[in-house]
Design a protein. Structure first.
Length: 637
C-alpha cells in the first residue's frame, strides 16, 4: 500500500526496533546493516582461549573486557576453537569476564594493557552449573536495578543477558548466512472455534547475513516517547524491544522484574517485566523472557503493550524466539509483532478517538529456515509436513496418481484418488513445485508453479493443465483436431555456410499401413529463426520430415513416430548448403513390409551390393543407408 492509502480505515505504521523496518502502509522491508567502527592500527588487545576443566576448548562463550570501574570496554564471543580477541580503546587495567550459558561466570585477575601491546591469556572456565531447576517464584518484584536481595532473579537475568549479548554479536559480526522468510498477514477480528481467517497475506524469502529483525531506534527515544507513538495523518507507530534495548541499562531502569512460571510449561522459568510506577503515563511494554530450567538457555520473549488504549493492550504485542546453534552462536529464529486495525468509516474523528472499532489484526514477522557459516550448517528449523491437492485447471476435478516434487530437494509425493498428497520434511521457503500427470506425460512435459510454504498450516492447491491444453498453447491456442493427432516441434539449423531463408518443412506418411504406396503430404513455412511446428501429426504412423530453403536443404528425411502415450515429439533438422549435399551423397530410407499382411518386417537386411552398403530394419521395419551416390542403384532385401 502507498502512503496515501489506508489499512482498514485508520493510518498506522509499525516501527520495529532493529534491522528491518516494516511499515504496514508501505508493505516493504528495508534492511539496514550495522557499520562497525574501525580499529585503531596500534590499539591494545587481549587474545586468548577458553577451556574447560579437561582442557578442551569451549566455543560460544561470551567474553567481556571490563575496566577498573566495571565498565565494558569490549566484548566478543569465542569461535569454534574457543579463541577470542578483544581490543581496548585505551591503555589501562582490565579484567576478563566470561559467561558460558548454563554455568556461573568466570572473572580473571586484573591485567595491565600497555599502549599498543597485545596480551595472551588462557581462561579456565568455572565448571559450576547454574541451578535454575531449583528456582522458585516468590512474587518479589525488583525495580530499576538488580540487588543481592533478588539473587534468584539476577541469576536468571544473567543467563538471559548472556544469550542476548551472543545474539547481538552474531548480528554485528555478519559471518552467518541465513535464509529468512518474512510475512505480513491481516487476520479477521472474529474467531470461530479458535480459528482466525486470513484476510490478506504477503511473503518474501531472502538469503543474507543474520541480522536483527527490527529497525534500530535509539533507546533514549523509546524512554522518552514510549513504544506506541502517534504520528502525523493518523499514523501510529508500534515499536518492539530489540536486542540493543533489552541489553541497555535504561531498559532495567524503566522496568520492574520478578520470576514467574507457567503451569503449561513446567520446564521453563520466566523473568517477567513491567513498567516501573514512574512510567504509568508513557506507552510501554510488559512481558516475559522464558528460560529453560535444565540448560539455562533463553527460549522466547513475549510482550504486550501497557499504559495504552484498551484496544492496543488487547490486540497488540509480539514475540521473539531465540536459538542456540551447534557452535554456541545465538540468533533470533522467529519474530512477530501484532497491531489492531481500526474502522472509522462511519464515525468522525472525534468519535473515533473515544470509541474505535477493531476490524482486523495486522501481524508482521518472519523466521529463519536455515543458518550457515561458510559450508557448515549451524542450524535448521524443524521440518514439517505440508498437505495439498492437485486438480484439473479447467474442471477443478482432482487428478489421481499425479506426482509432485519440490525442485532442488528430494521431497516428492503422489496424489491419491481424491487428488490429495502430503510432503514431509519441508522447511519454510519459496519453492518451484513440479507436477507430472498421465496427461502431461503424454506430451513429454511437466507443470511448474511457484509455491510459498510458511508452516504446516500452508495448504498447497495446484491446478495443472491437461496435455491437450499444453498442445493448444504450442499451436497458438488451437489444439489438434482430435485425440488421434499429435504435435511435432523442432528447429531447422544451418551448418554455418548455408542459408535458412525461405525455409519450408515437409512431412510425409503412409495413409494406410497395409499400402505403403498411399502417401499423405503436408508442408508449412518455418519461422525466421528456423523453428517450426506441425500441429496435426497422425499417431501410430512413421512420419518423414525434411526441410528445404532457397540455398539449403536437409540431407535426408528424419523419421519420427507419435503414439497415444507420446503425443508430442521434437525433431531438429540439420540444413546443408547445396555444395555440401553434393559431397555427402543421398540417404536411402524406407520401410520393409510383408507382401501378404503388409505388416513391418523386423530384422530384414537391405543392401546396395554395388556400393557395399547395407542396413537392418528396426522394430518398425524402417531402414536408413547414408552416403549413396546419385543415380540408379540395385536394392536387395
Amino acid at each position: 500500500m502507498t502512503s496515501s492509502e489506508k489499512l482498514g480505515t485508520r493510518y498506522f505504521r509499525v516501527g520495529l526496533n532493529e534491522t528491518i523496518l516494516m511499515r504496514a502502509f508501505h508493505r516493504r522491508a528495508l534492511a539496514l546493516l550495522a557499520l562497525l567502527s574501525p580499529v585503531a592500527a596500534h590499539a591494545q588487545a587481549v587474545r586468548g582461549i577458553t577451556v574447560d576443566a579437561s582442557n578442551a576448548p569451549v566455543p560460544g562463550v561470551v567474553v567481556t573486557l571490563q575496566d577498573s570501574a566495571s565498565r565494558i570496554a569490549a566484548r566478543g564471543m569465542t569461535n569454534g576453537q574457543g579463541e577470542f580477541r578483544l581490543v581496548a580503546t585505551k591503555p589501562g587495567t582490565y579484567r576478563l569476564r566470561t559467561l558460558r550459558i548454563g554455568f556461573k561466570p568466570t572473572v580473571s585477575e586484573p591485567r595491565v594493557l600497555n599502549a599498543g601491546a597485545e596480551v595472551s591469556i588462557r581462561v579456565v572456565l568455572a565448571g559450576v552449573p547454574v541451578a535454575l531447576d531449583a528456582v522458585r517464584t516468590t512474587g518479589e518484584s525488583v525495580c530499576r536495578a538488580f540487588a543481592d536481595s533478588a539473587a534468584a532473579t539476577f541469576a536468571v537475568w544473567e543467563q538471559v543477558h548472556g544469550a542476548l549479548t551472543a545474539a547481538d554479536l552474531a548480528a554485528n559480526g555478519r559471518t552467518i548466512v541465513a535464509t529468512t522468510l518474512t510475512y505480513e498477514r491481516q487476520f479477521e477480528n472474529l474467531e470461530a472455534r479458535g480459528v482466525r481467517r486470513v484476510l490478506t497475506q504477503s511473503t518474501h524469502v531472502a538469503t543474507g547475513y543474520v541480522a536483527r529483525p527490527w529497525h534500530e531506534v535509539p533507546v533514549d527515544s523509546l524512554h522518552r516517547a514510549g513504544y506506541i507513538v502517534p504520528e502525523h495523518d493518523d499514523i501510529t507507530a508500534y515499536y518492539a524491544p530489540g536486542l540493543d534495548v533489552l541489553l541497555s541499562s535504561r531498559f532495567i531502569e524503566d522496568h520492574c522484574f520478578h520470576l514467574t512460571t507457567d503451569r503449561g510449561f513446567p520446564a521453563l522459568v520466566g523473568i517477567a517485566f513491567e513498567p516501573s510506577p514512574e512510567r504509568k503515563r508513557i506507552p510501554e511494554i510488559r512481558g516475559t523472557l522464558w528460560v529453560d530450567r535444565a540448560s539455562a538457555e533463553l527460549r522466547r520473549l513475549e510482550f504486550k503493550y501497557a499504559n495504552a488504549s484498551q484496544e492496543d493492550e488487547e490486540y497488540g504485542g509480539g514475540g521473539v524466539d531465540f536459538q542456540r546453534a551447534s557452535d554456541g552462536t545465538w540468533f533470533i529464529s522467529r519474530w512477530s509483532i501484532r497491531m489492531p486495525v481500526f474502522d472509522q468509516s462511519k464515525i468522525d474523528r472525534a468519535q473515533f478517538r473515544r470509541s474505535p472499532r477493531v476490524i482486523a489484526t495486522q501481524v508482521t514477522g518472519g523466521e529463519l529456515a536455515v543458518a550457515r557459516r561458510g559450508s557448515d550448517t549451524l542450524w535448521t528449523r524443524a521440518p514439517f509436513a505440508v498437505a495439498g491437492t492437485i486438480r484439473d485447471s479447467v474442471s477443478g476435478a482432482p487428478i489421481t496418481a499425479s506426482r509432485i516434487a519440490l525442485v532442488g530437494t528430494p521431497l516428492e509425493a503422489t496424489s491419491d484418488a481424491s487428488g490429495k498428497f502430503s510432503l514431509r520434511g519441508v522447511l519454510p521457503g519459496e519453492y518451484a513445485a513440479e507436477v507430472q500427470t498421465r496427461s502431461l506425460d503424454s506430451v513429454n512435459t511437466t507443470y511448474r508453479a511457484t509455491v510459498m510454504i510458511l508452516d504446516s498450516a500452508t495448504a498447497v492447491d495446484l491446478r495443472a493443465p491437461t496435455g491437450t491444453q499444453f498442445l493448444a498453447a504450442l499451436c497458438g491456442g488451437k489444439a489438434p483436431r482430435s485425440s488421434d493427432l499429435g504435435v511435432i516441434i523442432g528447429n531447422a539449423r544451418a551448418d554455418g555456410t548455408s542459408s535458412a531463408t525461405g525455409l519450408k518443412v515437409a512431412a510425409e506418411w503412409s495413409v494406410d499401413p497395409k499400402d505403403p504406396t498411399r502417401i499423405q503430404h503436408a508442408e508449412g513455412r518455418a519461422a525466421s529463426d528456423g523453428s517450426y511446428r506441425f500441429c496435426d501429426a497422425p499417431l501410430d504412423r512413421t512420419i518423414a520430415l525434411s526441410a528445404k530453403g532457397d540455398s539449403s536443404s536437409t540431407a535426408a528425411s528424419k523419421l519420427i513416430r507419435l503414439s497415444s502415450a507420446v503425443r508430442l515429439a521434437r525433431a531438429d533438422l540439420e540444413l546443408y548448403s547445396m555444395s555440401e549435399l553434393a559431397k555427402r551423397g543421398a540417404t536411402f530410407i524406407g520401410t520393409v513390409v510383408s507382401d501378404s499382411s503388409h505388416l513391418p518386417v523386423v530384422g530384414a537386411e537391405v543392401s546396395l551390393p554395388e556400393l557395399g552398403k547395407s542396413a537392418i530394419t528396426d522394430s518398425g521395419g524402417e531402414f536408413r543407408i547414408a552416403g549413396v551416390a546419385s543415380g540408379e542403384q540395385r536394392v536387395v532385401v
